[in-house]
Design a protein around this ligand. Sequence first.
Ligand code: FCB
Length: 476
Amino acid sequence: MTTQQTQTQSPDLAFPTGFVWGASTSAYQIEGAVAEDGRGPSIWDAFVASPGRVLNGDNADVAIDHYRRYREDVRVMADLGLSAYRFSVSWPRIQPTGSGAINPAGIDFYQRLTDELLAHGIDPWVTLYHWDLPLALEEAGGWPARDTAKRFADFAAAVHAALSDRVTNFSTVNEPWCAAFLGYASGEHAPGRREPAEAIRAAHHLNLAHGLATQAMRAQSAATRIGGCVNLYAITPHTGSEADLDAARRIDGLQNRFFLDALLKGSYPADVLEDIAPVAGTSFARDGDLEVISTPLDLLMVNYYSRFTVSGAPGGAASAAAAPTDTGSPWVGSEQVSFVNGGRPVTAMGWEIDDAGLLEILTRVAAEYPAIPMVIAENGAAFEDVVTGDESVHDPERVAYIDAHLRICHAAIEAGIPLQGYFAWSLMDNFEWAWGYGKRFGLVYVDYETQRRIPKDSALWYAENIKRGGLRAPAE
Ligand code: FCB
């Protein structure tokens, strides 16, 4: 290779060798085939069937038909040059009622998917829980019931036993904040309950489930890496007033520290315990739970999308988690906090774009918690995508969003933060929970009528960066 070629091909911002260039999905959002091969119903199947819960009455019975089209989808990933693919395992495919005998057809699907990935040189990253709780477990009390955490550890151990000969990276619960507070406090997500005290119990049991599963998997093999996955937000007080500073402390406490402190320090933040006590009391955790929850991890998986600007003064929007349907507040014990427009450009979700916030949270985790390698397990944006006459999708805003956040990743690494990889959310357009098919996050466009996959400009751009091992300097 000549010097000239080296120069044109080399990136201006090079990422370390071995940096993981990935994309993420989750089972319920893509698989479809909800009644196939012995899969049982999940809380999301029940939720989508309940009128008014999901925009336009959309459901995920077919979704993007990935269960049948997984080979084609792995080819799409290989064409992009992904080094890793993060997907989740559907619990009700493995245990149709959430406990007891393992359904071999369910295991078989994930083994075939994994083998297909490996055959294409793509590293499989397995998430064990991305919100599709078996319905039978919800009927037995759901996440507010302590027993659900034990059931989860059994399920995790079974999946780990079946896949750990070919999968290195496992993570436990995706975004416990959402599963607990959108599921049981605001009711925006399945199971759609609005019971704030139960939401705190759910949050604790999701943390406990994480810890028990981590221990169960560790006991089976020391060779796999286990991660916890949290969604973190940068948070700013609207003004320097005491009320706004207190609002920022409260939302940071519930969103970020309740999970980070539990997983990485083995304690719940005292101020958050005080905030929630009037609603949820203080007896949701038993002696020894936090020790289990803080079982040492190999990896922290960080999902990052946006920044909240918050105020303690009345009058702002009630919640940043603007749902398409009427819901309660997810902010248990801090319902009075309002969310203020921070004046930044927004995505189609109305989420403010703030790449600087990513550096802020990575720096903070590195500074305030025991040392732990990190990856960005989700980052991305919804925009109104349109297929043009020549079968392309021009999505410059998504390119700009991902580019900006990857630059932050590069800066974080330069600053010595142990960031090992980046997974874009999402590989393909899919079922976006309460928004149904109304919001597109994919690098790859999916025509929901024909199931045709069309790589968007952002996918092609991402592929170039992967090939180059880094980013080019922005055009002058
Ligand atoms: C995250 C979820 C993921 C997707 C993105 C947009 O909170 O983990 O499933 O919905 O948001």
